[in-house]
Ligand binder design. Structure first.
Ligand SMILES: Nc1ncnc2c1ncn2[C@@H]1O[C@H](COP(=O)(O)OP(=O)(O)O)[C@@H](O)[C@H]1O
Ligand SMILES: [Mg+2]
Length: 378
């Protein structure tokens, strides 16, 4: 087996591919044991799913995971929740006639099926009386009741929670979750999602039902030290030799410690039979760009001219500590109001983030793409 399969992944990081995040893990674990609901927020591909799944597996708590990615239809959302709740119910209650009675007692508005000796909580969306928010409330209340009866701690993990904002009647669905979560004592809720929009719209806006319910974990990039150690351990296992500081610094300078890209680049670098030199690392990074080309174009597509102007100037001259300065305004050719609007959008949708040195692009390959394009065009 090749070592890179063990240390680097572009899927969910687990086992040996999981690097560090000790503080975040401790905090999440502590929240779970206290019964404190949590929201984990970070841009896409920063490691939210990996963090939460790692902690859930590590803690051995009973959990259900609901991935709301692109689930815009209320019925689909109900289905996903019912599947996760069914899975947990089956873990708590071994199949028996008595168990059926108990489940019927707790899930009053949900029909119960049996498939291959497993309970199935079924959504009947075709029924005239079907009400998605009531259905969600019934499922979650039922689970809380059953957990209480069995004195069992359960975690429900809603991943990609920002997509709930796209659902019809999103506010009602949020209200249903809120109604149960705010009184639940046995079921702990973890929400994770990308983009500040979610944070602002769902968790920080006083008019939104989930306001104030959660402890927030803002996931930052993994530290240079932790990533260096991780890469070095992989090098020892792969080549029985250490990489020079220069090579590790080059990898992390190219990826700007972005977790996904660090894995993507290392995965290629570690394909080399011999210890790689700087030129090999740069060649691998070029390959990463080629592979991501279409995705970057798709990501840039929704941006209007002003946003593209700002992103381009940030890519060329960033990090920008003072974007409102005359120098940067001149650079973009925009009026102050338009510039601020563009930055707000780019921040809200995770194109930009604020590092210690100033505003810069979240995606290091997007930055490379823009720089190359600008050089070719000029
Ligand atoms: N703790 C970690 N250690 C090492 N790599 C990680 C870690 N967390 C995330 N990654 C890398 O980042 C990528 C995205 O992780 P993921 O958990 O899917 O992010 P998100 O849920 O924020 O989109 C993974 O495929 C992996 O390459
Ligand atoms: Mg994820």
């Amino acid at each position: 087996m090749m070592t890179q399969d063990i240390f680097f992944t572009t899927k969910v990081a687990s086992g040996k591919t999981f690097c560090n995040l000790i503080q975040e893990r401790e905090r999440l674990l502590n929240n779970i044991s206290k019964g404190q609901h949590t929201v984990v927020v970070a841009p896409r591909r920063y490691g939210k799913t990996s963090l939460v799944c790692y902690v859930l597996e590590e803690s051995e708590v009973l959990y259900g995971k609901i991935d709301l990615f692109c689930a815009v239809y209320e019925k689909d959302i109900c289905d996903k929740i019912s599947r996760a709740v069914s899975k947990v119910v089956n873990r708590i209650l071994p199949f028996s006639q008595k168990a059926i009675k108990l489940i019927e007692q707790y899930f009053k508005n949900t029909s119960i099926g049996i498939k291959a000796g497993q309970f199935e909580l079924k959504i009947e969306a075709a029924r005239a009386s079907f009400d998605p928010s009531q259905q969600i409330q019934d499922l979650l209340e039922g689970l809380e009741g059953l957990a209480e009866k069995n004195n069992q701690k359960i975690v429900l993990f809603f991943d990609e929670f920002q997509d709930l904002l796209k659902a019809d009647d999103s506010l009602k669905l949020q209200a249903a979750i809120r109604a149960v979560a705010q009184v639940s004592r046995h079921v702990v809720y973890i929400f994770s999602g990308s983009s500040r929009v979610m944070l602002k719209k769902i968790f920080e806006n006083r008019n939104q039902p989930l306001y104030m319910l959660c402890n927030k974990i803002i996931l930052e990039r993994i530290s240079v030290e932790a990533l260096s150690q991780h890469i070095q351990a992989a090098a020892e296992a792969r080549w029985r030799k250490s990489l020079n500081t220069e090579q590790i610094t080059e990898i992390l300078a190219l990826t700007e410690t972005h977790p996904y890209y660090t894995n993507m680049l290392c995965d290629k670098v570690f394909d080399h039979k011999k210890l790689p030199v700087i030129a090999d690392i740069n060649r691998c990074w070029d390959e990463c760009l080629l592979e991501q080309y279409d995705k970057i174009i798709a990501d840039l597509f929704p941006l209007n001219t002003n946003r593209l102007k700002v992103l381009t100037q940030m890519a060329l001259f960033g990090p920008i500590a003072e974007p409102n300065s005359k120098a940067f305004l001149d650079c973009t050719g925009l009026a102050l109001g338009s510039l601020q609007k563009a930055i707000d959008y780019l921040m809200d949708y995770d194109y930009l983030y604020k590092s210690t040195e100033g505003y810069t692009l979240v995606d290091p390959l997007m930055k490379k793409f823009i720089i190359l394009k600008t050089a070719v065009d000029s």
